[in-house]
Design a protein around this ligand. Structure first.
Ligand code: CAO
Length: 426
């Protein structure tokens, strides 16, 4: 014999207006005794509503978003009486809930129905309904996870645990990051030999290490490059005069030495350029020493020997030291200590050419100065065009440490000193 059983909200301890947050059954579903058919939530807790009968769902009277209270009709289930639970047994079914357990079973009214139904609980049906405690469901909902998408629980009998929800979120995030390109999708591998002859050579160790470092910096630092032009006509005249005084074979001075000196003088006035950001990004470590790294082109790649205590050294001393270190660099004889302790780096392509470029900061330094080739230009003096030797400079800085106005002021200061290097004596 079959009967139609009404499943109602049991005594939930005088709480009215309980939210229906999830309905897990629909007409035609086969439910087992104690199988969760809906999840209810008050402002204090979440609870799973178990079916107090085993059978086929005839009708569902609630939907997500409804408000219910004790006695509200949830669903009707067609039950084969012999195979199912008696009302007494149903009354003993406890709700697995963190709030006071709702012991009193759903109030049921039993009505005989004519057509007998054989209750068979198919595993596929069981699998459709996720098995998880209210706290895990609540946890999933807080994370915005549809728990039915967490396919397999690692708990007893496949019960979904908090860790399963976490792992599900992790997986979705990882897949999402790759799909949206927010991560670092790799460059596709291409067989170039289909287009013509190729040869594969191994990158030098320096190039590989430099590449890794540059990629790291590129991804971590929000960088801005500021371009400026400096009139170095007088500086060049002075340099030429100095070099003319030098004996044959004696080391000549390049404009770079003046740039190094002027850079350090500007850094003394702008301490945030002689600094490093702490790992948590919350503090600035101000350096009281002035070491300048110089990017040197070598057959094996770029290396950056460091000139130490530049503020205490003369132009001639710096010229000798750079000549020694760049020679050592080209012979691959620099020691790690020769390349450590830099405060700011200069990358000068002036000997080669260029109008401007965007050097990458040599982090954890916060700024780098790029130099390209000076050239004679007509400069308007208010009355006439005058021929002036203009030097292009490019300042890239870590925008977390240096703001735009500070960058511009720093460059104006550098321009001031290089425009008349006598000011470096003041
Ligand atoms: N404008 C015009 N001429 C310049 C110049 C500039 N900005 N910079 C250098 N020159 C001239 C020099 O005066 C010199 O000419 P003379 O022989 O007639 O005097 C000539 O170019 C060669 O100079 P140099 O490059 O040998 O010497 P330097 O002191 O200017 O630079 C060093 C030294 C080590 C920085 C350089 O040799 C070097 O390796 N540069 C490459 C750096 C590099 O690869 N950077 C790329 C980094 S990527 O971010």
């Amino acid at each position: 014999m079959t009967v139609l059983i009404e499943i109602k909200v049991p005594d939930v301890g005088n709480v009215a207006g309980i939210d229906v947050v999830e309905v897990l059954i629909q007409p035609g579903d086969v439910v087992a005794l104690e199988q969760t058919i809906a999840t209810l939530e008050t402002d204090k807790a979440s609870m799973d509503l178990p079916s107090s009968a085993a059978g086929t769902v005839q009708q569902v009277y609630i939907k997500q978003g409804d408000k219910v209270s004790e006695g509200s009709l949830i669903a009707t289930v067609l039950v084969n009486e012999e195979a199912s639970v008696t009302p007494v047994a149903a009354e003993q079914a406890a709700l697995p809930t963190p709030v006071a357990p709702v012991e009193k079973a759903a109030q049921q009214s039993v009505a005989p129905v004519s057509k007998p139904v054989v209750v068979a609980i198919e595993s596929s049906v069981m699998n459709k309904v996720p098995h998880a405690t209210p706290s895990v469901r609540l946890f999933a909902r807080e994370l915005g996870v549809d728990i039915s998408r967490v396919k397999k629980g690692s708990g007893r009998k496949g019960r979904i645990l908090k860790d399963d929800v976490k792992n599900f979120v992790k997986k979705v995030m990882e897949e999402g990051i790759v799909a949206t390109g927010a991560g670092i999708p790799s460059i596709p591998t291409i067989d170039f030999s289909v287009f013509g002859d190729t040869e594969t050579v191994k990158l030098s160790k320096i190039k590989r290490l430099t590449g890794q470092n540059l990629s790291r910096v590129w991804l971590n630092l929000p960088m801005v490059t500021y371009h400026e032009e400096v009139d170095i006509t007088e500086m060049e005249a002075f340099r030429n005069a100095l070099n003319a005084e030098k004996a044959k074979g004696e080391l000549k001075i390049t404009g770079l030495m003046f740039i190094i000196k002027a850079l350090v003088t500007a850094m003394q006035q702008f301490p945030s350029f002689n600094a490093a950001l702490s790992a948590d990004g919350e503090q600035l470590i101000l350096k009281k020493y002035f070491n300048i790294g110089i990017a040197v082109d070598t057959p094996n790649g770029l290396v950056v020997p460091v000139l130490r205590d530049v503020n205490y050294k003369t132009i001639n001393q710096l010229a000798v030291e750079l000549a020694e270190k760049s020679e050592k660099a080209r012979q691959g004889k620099l020691l790690p200590a020769d390349m450590q302790g830099g405060c700011m780096t200069i990358s000068s392509l002036g000997g080669i050419g260029g109008m401007s470029f965007t050097p990458i900061v040599n982090a954890p330094e916060v700024a780098i100065l790029g130099v390209t080739r000076a050239k004679m230009q007509p400069v308007w003096n208010g009355k006439d065009f005058e021929p002036k030797l203009m030097l292009p400079l490019d300042l890239t800085y870590d925008h977390r440490v240096i703001d735009g106005a500070e960058g511009a002021k720093f460059m104006a200061t550098l321009k001031y000193y290089l425009g008349d290097i006598r000011r470096l004596l003041l």
